[in-house]
Ligand binder design. Structure first.
Ligand code: CP3
Length: 343
C-alpha cells in the first residue's frame, strides 16, 4: 500500500508530498454523476456498494494518495433523531431546528452498529478494495459546525440563531455541544474500529467565530474528541476553514495535522503552528480554473513553503467546486507528485 499520506501526517520522511482533495468524490466527476443519476444523495450514502464505488473513483481517476469515505457530516445528526433532506440547489435541510431545552431532549445518543451500520459496512468494503492502493480516511463534522446546522435548520450565512443562543443562553448551547461531542466520539471511534486509517474533523464554520468565542465554545469539544480518540492510534486531522484568526488556538487541539484554507499564507501558518504538528492544504479551489502555468506557480510555492512543516499533506483549502474541469484535478495531482519529488 502507498502509505505516503500516513507518513506525512506523522511527520515521517516521504519521497514526495502526498495529496488528496476535499470533496474529491463528487459532482465534478462524470463517473460520479453516472452513479448519482440512479439514486438520490442520501440513498447513495446509505448503500455501501455504491458509496464504496464513488469513494474509489478519485483514487483511480486522479491518482490521489488517500481515499475519503463517501458520506456526509450530517448523517449522524439524522441518527440523533432529526429529519434530514438534501434539496437540489438549496443543500441540507433539518426539520424542527434545536432552539430550546425541550428540543434538546429529542436528541438521542447513537449506537453506530445499530443506527449507522451502512457507514461501517462501507468502510469494511473499502478496506478490502483499497488494500493494495491507498489508506482510507474517515471523518465527522466538528461539534460547532454540526451545531450550526442543527440550530439554523440548514446552511446559514451569518449563523444568527447559533450565535444568539451561544451568547444569550450559553448553558443551553454547552448542553447541545456536549451531546454532539459524545455522539461524534462514538461515531469516529466506530469508524476507526471498522478500519478507517486516519480521521478528519471538519470545522467548516469555526472561522465565523471571534477567537474568544471559538476558545470558549468550539475548541474544548474538539480537544475532548481528539484526546479520547488518541488511544486508537490513528492520525487525526483537524480542518479549520477560515483559520487565519484562530491558528494559535487550533494548534492546541491536540491534532496531528491542522488543515488550513487558502486565505492564509502557508509559510506564515507553519510559523504560527510550530514544529509539533503537520499541516494540510492549502490551494484556492478556484486555481483549478486557471491554466497549468498559473497552477504550477501556485503549487510550487505551497510545496516549497510546506517543506518547513513537520509534515505536509497537499490539499485544496476547501472542497473542490462542482464546475471544476476533471483534467485540471488530474494535472494538480501529477504536478504535486512531480514537483515535490524534485525539490
Ligand atoms: O470529501 C469527500 O469526497 C467525501 C464526501 C463528503 C461529502 N460531504 C459529500 C457530499 C464530505 C467529507 C462532506 C462533508 C461535508 N458536508 C461538510 C464539511 C466539508 C465542507 O465542505 O466544509 C459540510 C459542511 C457538509 C454539508 C453539506 N453536504 C452541504 C452544505 C451540502 C450541499 C452543498 C453541495 O455541495 O451540494 C452537502 C451535499 C454533499 N455532500 C454533496 C456531496 C458529494 C453533493 C450532493 C449531490 O451529489 O448532489
Amino acid at each position: 500500500m502507498n502509505d505516503t499520506f500516513l507518513r506525512a501526517c506523522r511527520g515521517e520522511s516521504v519521497e514526495y508530498t502526498p495529496i488528496w482533495i476535499m470533496r474529491q468524490a463528487g459532482r465534478y466527476l462524470p463517473e460520479y454523476q453516472k452513479v448519482r443519476a440512479k439514486v438520490d444523495f442520501l440513498t447513495l450514502c446509505k448503500t455501501p456498494e455504491l458509496a464504496a464505488e464513488v469513494t474509489i473513483q478519485p483514487v483511480d481517476i486522479l491518482g490521489v494518495d488517500a481515499a475519503i469515505l463517501f458520506s456526509d457530516i450530517l448523517i449522524p445528526v439524522e441518527a440523533m433523531g432529526m429529519k434530514l433532506r438534501f434539496l437540489e440547489r438549496k443543500g441540507p435541510v433539518l426539520n424542527r431546528p434545536i432552539r430550546t431545552e425541550r428540543d434538546l431532549k429529542r436528541l438521542k445518543r447513537i449506537e453506530p452498529e445499530v443506527d449507522l451500520p451502512f457507514v461501517l459496512d462501507t468502510i469494511k468494503i473499502l478496506r478490502k478494495a483499497l488494500r493494495r492502493k491507498v489508506p482510507l480516511i474517515g471523518f465527522a463534522g466538528a461539534p460547532f459546525t454540526l451545531a450550526t446546522y442543527m440550530i439554523e435548520g440548514g446552511s446559514s450565512k451569518n449563523f444568527l440563531n447559533t450565535k444568539t443562543m451561544m451568547l444569550s443562553e450559553p448553558q443551553l448551547f454547552h448542553n447541545l455541544m456536549g451531546k454532539i461531542t459524545e455522539v461524534t466520539e462514538t461515531y469516529l471511534s466506530a469508524q476507526i474500529k471498522a478500519g478507517a486509517q486516519a480521521v478528519q474533523i471538519f470545522d467548516s464554520w469555526a472561522g465565523a467565530l471571534a477567537p474568544d468565542d471559538y476558545k470558549a465554545f468550539s475548541l474544548p469539544y474538539v480537544k475532548r474528541i481528539i484526546s479520547n480518540l488518541r488511544p486508537l492510534g490513528v492520525p487525526i486531522i483537524y480542518f479549520v476553514n477560515n483559520c487565519g484568526g484562530l491558528l494559535e488556538l487550533a494548534r492546541t487541539s491536540g491534532a496531528d495535522v491542522i488543515g488550513i484554507d487558502w486565505r492564509v499564507d502557508i509559510g506564515k501558518a507553519i510559523t504560527r503552528l510550530g514544529r509539533d504538528v503537520s499541516v494540510q492544504g492549502n490551494l484556492d479551489p478556484v486555481a483549478l480554473f486557471s491554466d497549468e502555468k498559473v497552477l504550477e506557480r501556485k503549487v510550487g510555492d505551497i510545496l516549497k513553503k510546506g517543506r518547513r512543516a513537520k509534515g505536509h499533506v497537499f490539499n485544496l483549502g476547501h472542497g473542490i467546486l462542482p464546475q471544476t474541469p476533471p483534467h485540471m484535478a488530474r494535472a494538480l495531482v501529477e504536478m504535486v507528485h512531480e514537483l515535490s519529488s524534485k525539490q
